[in-house]
Write a protein that binds this ligand. Structure first.
Ligand code: AKB
Length: 351
C-alpha cells in the first residue's frame, strides 16, 4: 500500500483530489491507467486485490491492495480523497463466476454498491457530481437457442436482456443500480440530494488485447487463440468454429471509455451504451491466426457448458446510440485489428 501526505485541495479541504480506478491490475485497468496518465492525469488512485506492477504504481498518485467488498477500505477512501470520478472495473468474469456464483455476486454487485454509495457520500461531502464509469457486458443478453440468436442479428441495448449467467445477471442489475443511484437515490429522504452521480455505462463485447491475456472469461477463446499461436503453443478452442459474438480491441475499448467519460452530459440520451468493432466467428479468428502464424496448431473441442453460455450471447450488437450521442466509431474491422494492432504488437511482446 502506498500513501501520500495529506494536502489541502483547492476546495480548502484536507483531502487529495482523486480519480478512483478499481480492478486497476486487470486488463482494462492496465490500459485505462496508462491512457489517463498519458493524457496528463495525475490524480489516479488504483485499487486491486493484488499489488499493481511497478509501471502501474508509478502512474498512480496512490495505490491500495484491497477488496471493493471491504467497507473499511471504502471508508478510508472517503476520509482520504475528494473523488470526482470512479471507474469500477473490479469484477469476477463469466466463467470463473459459474464456479463461485455467490462470491461473484459479492464482488460484482456488493463491490459496485459499495462504490456507488461512496460516490453518493462524496457528492454529499464535496458538493459536486461524481462521474461513475461502469463496464457492463454483452453477457446481459440471453438467447434460449442459436436459431433465435442469429435471427435477432445486432441487438439494441433494450432487446433480449434475460441473462443465463451470474455475471450477466450481476451486470444487468448493476446497470439498473447505477441508474437508481444517479436519479432516484433515497428518493423519500428529506435530506436526499437531487443529483449524486453521473452514471455512464458501456456494454463491452469480447475484448482482445495484445498486451495482456484474459482470465476467467468465456469470450477468452479469441485472445487466447492469438497469444497461444504467438508463443508457438497449440490451442484447443472450447467453442464450435461457427460460434459468433461481437469483439473489439482493448485500445478501442479504452478509447470508448475515455470518450464516454469526456462527453457532455446533455449529449447523452441514456446511461447504458453498446459498443463493438466487429462480429467474428471462432473459425474466422482461427483463419486469420493461421494466416499470420502459419505454424499455429488450433483445434476445436467444444465444452458444452461454456458453449451454451456463449451461444446465449448475441451474434452482434447495435451501437447506433453510442455513435449518435457521443461519436463512438470503431477503429478496426476484424482484418485490420489483426494487421494494424494485434499481430505487430503481439509479435513484439513475444519477440
Ligand atoms: C467474459 O467473457 O466474461 C467477458 C465478457 C464477455 O464480458 N469478457
Amino acid at each position: 500500500m502506498t500513501t501520500a501526505p495529506f494536502s489541502t485541495s483547492d476546495r480548502g479541504s484536507r483531502r487529495n483530489a482523486a480519480t478512483l480506478i478499481t480492478g486497476a491490475g486487470g486488463e482494462v485497468g492496465h490500459g485505462l491507467i496508462a491512457a489517463l496518465h498519458a493524457a496528463g492525469r495525475r490524480d489516479l488512485v488504483g485499487i486491486d486485490i493484488r499489488e499493481l506492477d511497478r509501471p502501474q504504481r508509478e502512474r498512480c498518485r496512490e495505490t491500495f491492495v484491497g477488496d471493493v467488498c471491504d467497507t473499511t477500505l471504502i471508508e478510508r477512501l472517503q476520509s482520504m480523497f475528494e473523488i470526482t470520478e470512479i471507474h469500477q472495473l473490479a469484477a469476477i468474469l463469466s466463467t470463473r463466476a459459474e464456479f463461485t456464483p455467490e462470491a461473484a455476486h459479492d464482488v460484482n454487485v456488493g463491490g459496485t454498491i459499495n462504490l456507488l454509495r461512496l460516490a453518493a457520500d462524496q457528492a454529499r461531502s464535496h458538493g459536486d457530481l461524481v462521474k461513475f464509469l461502469f463496464p457492463s457486458s454483452i453477457a446481459v443478453h440471453g438467447f434460449a437457442d442459436t436459431e433465435t440468436k442469429y435471427a435477432a442479428g445486432a441487438v439494441t441495448e433494450d432487446e433480449h436482456t434475460r441473462p443465463i449467467t451470474m455475471y450477466g445477471c450481476n451486470k444487468l442489475y448493476c446497470e439498473n443500480l447505477g441508474r437508481y443511484y444517479a436519479h432516484h437515490y433515497r428518493q423519500l429522504a428529506r435530506d436526499r440530494l437531487d443529483h449524486t452521480l453521473d452514471f455512464r455505462c458501456l456494454r463491452f463485447p469480447g475484448l482482445i488485447s495484445a498486451e495482456t491475456v484474459p482470465s476467467g472469461g468465456t469470450s477468452d477463446y479469441g485472445p487466447e487463440m492469438i497469444h497461444a499461436a504467438a508463443e508457438g503453443k497449440p490451442y484447443v478452442c472450447f467453442v464450435r468454429p461457427d460460434t459468433r459474438i461481437p469483439f473489439m480491441t482493448m485500445p478501442e475499448a479504452i478509447d470508448a471509455l475515455l470518450k464516454l467519460a469526456a462527453a457532455e452530459a446533455d449529449q447523452l440520451t441514456r446511461c447504458v451504451y453498446n459498443v463493438r468493432s466487429f462480429s467474428a466467428s471462432a473459425q474466422e479468428i482461427a483463419e486469420l491466426v493461421r494466416e499470420h502464424f502459419p505454424g499455429a496448431k488450433i483445434t476445436f473441442e467444444p465444452d458444452p457448458q461454456r458453449q451454451q453460455m456463449v451461444d446465449s450471447w448475441p451474434a452482434d450488437v447495435d451501437d447506433t446510440a453510442a455513435r449518435n450521442d457521443w461519436g463512438w466509431l470503431p477503429k478496426h474491422h476484424l482484418r485490420s485489428a489483426f494487421e494494424d494492432y494485434l499481430v505487430p504488437s503481439i509479435k513484439a511482446r513475444y519477440a
